[in-house]
Design a protein around this ligand. Structure first.
Ligand SMILES: [Zn+2]
Length: 386
């Protein structure tokens, strides 16, 4: 049992200074002056000067590795647990990405199980960039209905030279299967769309909505801040449906991209409701850097902790209230993807917390009621981390 005393709680609603009691992997009480039950061992933490947020949720990470677009040597490695913990991230959604040919959903699913065994929440998207998508059981609907870890399909690439160029009809069928599979399995059945640099990438979703009974909220388009042109469309599209900002590519392409923290503020200013905005890292995706002659100089990978960095910048530089910033990196992701027990600090929720000091530095991370980071020290490492 852990009792956080007198801590400033963003649930995400600002609750002010109160106590939070964690037991059995759950939040069991949020109230001032909780009297701990006698006879049990209790870890009491003085929360003065600290902020408690629901653990961050990174909705788009290539947990089993990705990349490969620069040949075999550019394949990126699997996610390490510490990469999540250093960003206060306690849940993650895995996706295959460009390579739905030599990488497998079996490998992705097993990596999700590994991350769960290491102590964090993890789900996956079935499918990959391609349409028709690879699946585990022969159909997206069957994967969603029968495999607990599968919460949607994606990332399906549109408006990109690496996309298989799905037609409107193909996307309608795919989204309908995701919807039915989601209904059968009690999942969101979201279609996660990778938006490329092509012209008007949101147009295909609008066309799907015009020509079917599906709603735009069945889709979660990502990389909306990748260029000024795509972002201009996102400001309009986001008024009616969800938009996902990508954090880790910044500042690799600073000439084209909108800084993620600034993108949140600009979407809000354009009239996009806060509940429509999420941010993910695209972690473990490959990030090539080129020298002045345009030659590949080095390959790096996206870091999940970038969502924490942009959360801090959104509060500090953009003046976003903390509770709104928390929604973008945790609560909205949990609500849109229907992740049970995640994204809220409330009795009955999973005991997943990120605790910051007054300067918004990460101090503690608790996942499933267990200490993962304490006083800045990472206490739990992935199975093969030093
Ligand atoms: Zn992508």
């Amino acid at each position: 049992m852990i009792l956080l005393r007198d801590i400033d709680v963003y649930a995400p609603e600002p609750l002010g200074r109160t106590d939070v009691l964690l037991a059995g992997g759950r939040v069991v009480g949020v109230a001032p002056g909780i009297t701990p039950p006698g006879g049990v061992e209790m870890d009491v933490v003085n929360g003065r000067g600290l902020l408690a947020l629901p653990g961050l949720i990174d909705g788009h990470v290539h947990i089993a590795g990705a990349g490969g677009e620069g040949g075999p040597a550019s394949r990126t490695p699997e996610l390490r647990l510490s990469q999540l913990l250093e960003g206060g991230i306690t849940s993650v959604i895995g996706a295959l990405g460009t390579d739905g040919f030599t990488r497998s959903l079996e490998g992705l699913l097993m990596k999700a199980k590994a991350l769960r065994a290491e102590g964090v929440g993890c789900w996956i998207y079935t499918g990959a960039y391609q349409v028709p998508p690879p699946t585990l059981l022969g159909d997206v609907a069957r994967d969603l209905a029968l495999i607990e870890e599968v919460i949607g399909v994606g990332e399906i690439a549109v408006a990109d030279h690496r996309s298989s160029g799905p037609t409107v009809d193909e996307l309608i069928r795919l989204a309908a299967h995701a919807r039915v599979g989601g209904m059968l399995g009690g999942k969101a059945g979201i279609v996660n769309l990778h938006l490329g640099d092509g012209e008007r990438p949101f147009e295909i979703v609008r066309e799907v909505v015009r020509r079917s009974e599906l709603k735009a909220t069945q889709f979660l388009p990502t990389h909306v801040n990748r260029s000024a042109a795509v972002f201009a469309d996102a400001k309009e599209y986001g008024r009616d449906s969800y938009v996902d900002i990508t954090a880790s590519a910044y500042p690799y392409f600073p000439d084209e991209e909108v800084k993620p923290s600034a993108a949140i503020a600009q979407l809000l200013a354009a009239g996009v409701p806060i509940g429509h905005i999420t941010m993910s890292s695209d972690g473990c995706g490959s990030l090539p850097s080129f020298d002045e002659a345009g030659e590949l100089a080095k390959l790096e990978t996206g870091e999940p902790a970038s969502i924490f960095r942009e959360f801090v910048d959104a509060v500090r530089d953009e003046g976003l209230p903390i509770d709104q910033a928390v929604r973008v990196v945790s609560t909205n992701v949990a609500d849109i993807l229907k992740l049970p027990g995640k994204g809220h600090i409330v009795a009955g929720a999973n005991a997943d917390l990120a605790v910051l000091d007054e300067d918004l530095r990460l101090r503690h991370v608790i996942a499933g009621g267990r200490w993962m980071v304490r006083d800045g020290e990472v206490l739990r490492k992935g199975s093969f981390e030093a």
